[in-house]
Design a protein around this ligand. Sequence first.
Ligand SMILES: N[C@@H](CCC(=O)N[C@@H](CS)C(=O)NCC(=O)O)C(=O)O
Length: 243
Amino acid sequence: MITLYGFGAAFGLPDPSPFVTKAEVLLKMAGLTYRTDTQGLRKAPKGKLPYIDDDGERIADSTFIRWHIERKYRIDLDRGLSAEQRAIAWAFEKMAEDQLYWAVVDARWMDDGNFARGPIQFFRSVPAPVRPLVIALIRRSVRGRLRAHGMGRHSRDEIVALGARSIDAIADYLGEKPYFLGAEPTGVDATMFAFAAGLFCPRFETPLRSAAERHDNLKRYVGRMTARYYPDLSELAGIKAAA
Ligand SMILES: N[C@@H](CCC(=O)N[C@@H](CS)C(=O)NCC(=O)O)C(=O)O
């Protein structure tokens, strides 16, 4: 049995982490049975979520989870794609994960209003007397990670400009195709969907959401992916599921 360790549904999203949502959609795409567990962060092999436990084998990181699924269960989530399309998929995926992600982290964690509307909830279980201190320490650590990546060295306007450029690229490449690379979903859709759903999340007031909302095709894509992979949700991130 596979256990997927994530944070749990929040903000109208299957998971606040796009990486956890990506891993879950990959499991769904592969047609594998799994259960979820939200208590894994402290035991996470790499200190981050997601990771999976597959019959005692622990695999951390959404990309390694994908490769594990494909190898062990003999599934090619990119079947039918050319080498060129696979290369494009990889480049878009890493753009989202290693660049756009940090613009989203900045919007959610560094903006006081968004922090109060979202991530502050993660600290509910911390005893009230020490909660402000813990929150300050964790936000400082997130700020440090943003700086270490490089994104955190830019002004807010510059961060938004970089993030919006990636959003435009994703939407422009998607175009009027039903899925990112054509008529059927492939592995990259797990990532594109996870990030797009997070961008549209109405909980957060951010110019990145405005940038996403300028692309109706991206919104329709989230609705299509929701209908396919989260059929029990009539809407996700405020977007109606629609095939
Ligand atoms: N490269 C990793 C990234 C995972 C990641 O950044 N997870 C974040 C949440 S979005 C996390 O677990 N952060 C908790 C922490 O750093 O303490 C993947 O693809 O799974």
